[in-house]
Design a protein around this ligand. Structure first.
Ligand SMILES: *Cc1c(COP(=O)(O)O)cnc(C)c1O
Length: 485
């Protein structure tokens, strides 16, 4: 081992010989404490990886002599261990302006759902056990009665997500046969979920009728033959066709289907269970309306406008839902007990519709008045402006947000927030990237959006400003700005 003086002579660089062995590192005092806390396996693994990395640096001649002191090695190892133990899935602040954001986990769970999850997941529960008879139960029965009460359906079943609900419904009702869908409704929901592909995956033959903008009753009628098993409507949830358009509504299509003894299925996508119009929001078709119009099967998501966990809900006639439930694929797509518990608690909130805007976070956020958001933005402005000065300036701006997850794609939600822009026009793009990255690097990452040379923070989904404000010193640090006095 060389002394510290020699390192200085070598331009403060360490060589591989300056690094301790794994054993010696483990015996050093700070590392022994780490082993006592986390055990041998994790710490040794990280110690090996740390020394390996440092050795490579040393061989490249780029290892600072200060990095090999026992204290520095102990600190570096502790950081590695902490990083390894830190969860990859983390809470973030969604200030994108999109309330139901697919990349940010979609709907937020209600307190009631979180509490119910905790209460029933920490021990055994009656997931598939009938407490009345003491015999085997069916997990569907946990939510079936609720779903029937809320939608007027005869029967209901639930699966992993709505994509699974659609796949299963088609497979159960039309495998090896034909399904008629309008060309105006051959939706792609995102990536791998495209109606023609789902049809093929379910083993059914898609029969397209009509045109992109217009489909008429006789288009369906002419396509029906002895191979037809199902007529299907798909809610165009993430786009809108305007102008010279015409589609056949559920009631008319149900008549056409039933006249030939065929079922009609509708995939609603988002499927709100309450009339959003009554909450001052744009209307979405309701599953209960689809059933009343004569649909035999209606499918919709649990974590879009419903405001619950990821789930695929299937409601409809006893006959059709029965076939779907009996289909062997159901077992592979069934819901886990965790989201099932959250779904039950979420659905129960709908039994008290007058309380919904208070109890259901999705609806609470969607109905937050723009003035309240604007007032919050004004209250936060001074602290944010101070935190990003002098490189950036901040202002309060009116914004237009959206519901998200394909719900009501053309509607915008009047909102408000903060716009942060670089003081210097030169290098704006880079400065904004840096600002966005700094916001994402915070302990509670803040996700905004960049538009028109500004970083926009829509405050609609900021329920509580305290954690946001508490992080502003971190933001200043991440932007390499001097700390405020
Ligand atoms: C979102 C959506 C789906 C998929 O639902 P997931 O719950 O995400 O699986 C299917 N169909 C339509 C029309 C949708 O909008």
């Amino acid at each position: 081992m060389r002394g510290p003086d020699e390192s200085v002579v070598h331009g403060s660089k360490a060589t591989a010989k300056d690094l301790p062995s794994v054993d010696r590192l483990l015996r050093s005092e700070p590392v022994a404490a780490l082993v006592a806390e986390h055990g041998h396996t994790l710490v040794v693994g990280e110690a090996r990886a740390l020394l390996e990395g440092l050795r490579a640096q040393a061989q490249a001649g780029s290892l600072d002599a200060r990095a090999v002191s026992p204290e520095a090695l102990g600190d570096a190892l502790q950081q590695r261990v902490a990083q390894r133990l830190a969860p990859r899935m983390r809470p973030v602040l969604n200030l994108t302006g999109t309330v139901i954001h697919t990349n940010l986990g979609r709907a937020l769970l209600a307190d009631a759902a979180l509490q119910h999850l905790l209460a029933v997941m920490s021990g055994p529960n009656n997931l598939e056990y009938d407490l009345a008879t003491g015999g085997r139960g069916d997990r569907d029965s946990i939510v079936e009665e609720l779903l029937c009460t809320l939608t007027g359906a005869e029967a209901a079943t639930v699966v992993n997500n709505n994509a699974a609900a659609v796949l299963l419904s088609i497979a159960a009702l039309a495998r090896g046969r034909e399904v008629i869908v309008s060309r105006g409704e051959l939706v792609e929901i995102g990536g791998a979920f495209r109606m023609p592909d789902v049809m093929a995956a379910a083993g059914a033959t898609l029969v397209e009728v009509g045109t992109t903008n217009r489909t008429h009753p006789h288009d369906y009628e002419r396509a029906i033959n002895e191979r037809t098993a199902l007529l299907m409507k798909v809610h165009t949830s993430n786009y809108a066709v305007h102008g010279f358009t015409s589609a056949v509504g559920e009631a008319a299509l149900a008549d056409i289907a039933h006249a030939k003894g065929l079922p009609l299925a509708t995939d609603l996508g988002s499927g709100s269970l309450v009339d959003l119009g009554a909450h001052g929001l744009p209307r979405e078709p309701l599953p209960q309306e689809m059933l009343a119009a004569g649909c035999d099967v209606v499918t919709f998501s649990g974590d879009k406008l419903l405001g619950g966990p990821q789930a695929g809900l299937v409601v409809g006639s006893r006959e059709a839902v029965g076939r779907i439930r009996q289909f062997p694929m159901k077992r592979a797509l069934r819901m886990s007990k965790l989201p099932l518990a959250a779904l039950e608690a979420t659905l129960r909130l709908y039994l008290r519709p007058e309380r919904l805007a208070r109890d259901l976070p999705t609806l609470r956020l969607l109905t937050r008045p723009a003035q309240a958001i604007d007032a919050m933005a004004r209250a936060l402005l001074p602290a944010v402006a101070k935190a990003v000065a002098p490189r950036f300036r901040a202002s309060v701006v009116p914004l237009l947000g959206q519901i998200g997850s394909g719900s009501l794609p053309v509607e915008r939600l009047p909102s408000a927030g903060l716009a942060i822009e670089p003081q210097q026009k030169k290098g704006t793009g880079r400065a904004l990237d840096e600002l966005a990255a700094a916001l994402r690097s915070l302990p509670l990452p803040v996700i905004g959006r960049v538009a028109e040379d500004r970083l926009l923070l829509d405050l609609r989904c900021l329920d509580d400003e305290v954690p946001f404000v508490a992080q502003l010193p971190h933001l200043r640090h991440a932007l390499a700005l001097p700390p405020l006095p």
